[in-house]
Design a protein around this ligand. Structure first.
Ligand code: SAM
Ligand code: DTB
Ligand code: SF4
Length: 335
């Protein structure tokens, strides 16, 4: 049987998730070695290009306007500022830069024109450019692709069943539609979720089943451990046990064998030993830089020290795919 399958049942994935940990880790590490170089880890840096004031009600998110968090609202950054942050991330070893906006969806306005310019400018630095701007239409996704975008991040976050407990202002189907729009625009798809929201093991497995049974597996899948933020409805959630993170990454590795699995939010709550087990289980990417979007993250230097100790190397840009070609008339493609 091929490793790549699109017909996973929930029972099969649940049986994987619940294997004895050492067995699960061994199988996942073996699958990882079959499809990836285990000594290479992608370093992806986040830039919050528009912060806070978001109209959505995602229960985990410090940027939702309706919650009283300490996040300061910041309008869309200027292209020069973003370019200079991206240069800095590159100097620190990042091969991918992900630009995040606290938007419900992309709108065809001046702000979007500016994001298109940011994409062009960061692409010119020979970095993989990713955007996470909320829902996007196929036309908008194509415009981003024409500007040199490499990936678009849009998470399922959790299972279809648990989703309504976490977000009410947009549906699961709308998320799936955005993923389809990204695929149709020939961008690489980055989609995953969060654990630690109060979901059950079945919900974790359900999310992986949905991802694995998409027409194409996402090229990257972030697994976030909830960063509980004061003022959000999930502020009192317990920190995710490292063993849950290891199981989740290992299970993701086994059902999405070629996907780059990202050990995403929550690393400040993890030891180096815990993170080492996540790399062993198949994580091939981290979000690096001392800030995620609004919450703290380990310092670059500490991560580089971790790489040295574990014998890991930072991945080069475009190691998994061609550098996008910018279409000359990208900015007119909506006209
Ligand atoms: N607004 C856009 C959207 O929701 O698609 C893009 C930015 S949003 C902050 C990107 C992702 O960050 C969310 O889908 C969620 O998985 C993750 N995230 C947000 N807050 C988090 C938290 N407190 N802990 C862990 N992950 C979080
Ligand atoms: C993803 O899945 N995790 C990143 C990225 N995609 C955009 C964001 C994590 C955000 C954590 C909370 C914060 O810093 O605001
Ligand atoms: Fe807004 Fe995205 Fe945060 Fe949801 S996750 S509140 S859409 S910024």
């Amino acid at each position: 049987m091929s490793d790549i399958r699109h017909n996973w049942t929930k029972e099969e994935i649940l049986a994987i998730y619940n294997k004895p940990l050492m067995e699960l880790l061994y199988e996942a590490a073996t699958m990882h070695r079959k499809h990836h170089d285990p000594s290479v880890v992608q370093v992806s840096s986040l830039i919050s290009i528009k912060t806070g004031g978001c109209p959505e009600d995602c229960a985990y998110c410090p940027q939702a306007a309706r919650y009283n968090t300490k996040v300061k609202v910041h309008k869309l950054m200027d292209v020069d500022e973003v370019t200079s942050l991206a240069k800095n991330a590159k100097a620190n070893g990042a091969s991918r830069v992900c630009m995040g906006a606290a938007w419900r969806n992309v709108r065809d306005n001046k702000d979007f024109d500016k994001v298109v310019d940011m994409v062009k400018s960061v692409h010119a630095l020979d970095l993989e450019v990713c955007c996470t701007l909320g829902m996007v239409t196929e036309l908008q996704a194509k415009r981003l692709a024409d500007a040199g975008l490499y990936a678009y991040n849009h998470n399922l976050d959790t299972s279809e069943e648990y989703y309504d407990d976490i977000i009410s202002t947009r549906t699961y189907d709308e998320r799936l539609k955005t993923l389809e729009n990204i695929r149709n625009a020939k961008l690489t798809v980055c989609s995953g979720g969060i654990i630690g929201l109060g979901e059950s093991t079945e919900d974790r497995v359900g999310m992986l089943q949905t991802l694995a049974n998409l027409p194409e597996h996402p090229q990257s899948t972030p697994i976030n451990a909830l960063v509980p933020v004061e003022g959000t409805p999930l502020e009192e959630q317990e920190i995710v046990p490292i063993w849950d993170m290891v199981r989740m990454i290992a299970t993701t590795r086994l059902v999405l064998p070629k996907t780059v699995v990202r050990l995403s939010a929550g690393r400040t709550q993890m030891s180096m030993e815990g993170q080492a087990l996540c790399f062993m289980a198949g994580a091939g990417s981290i979000n690096a830089g001392d800030k995620l979007l609004t919450t703290p993250n380990p310092e670059f230097n500490d991560d580089m020290e971790m790489f040295r100790i574990l014998g890991l190397q930072a991945k080069k840009p475009f190691a998994d795919g061609d550098k996008p070609v910018v279409k000359e008339n990208a900015e007119q493609s909506l006209a």
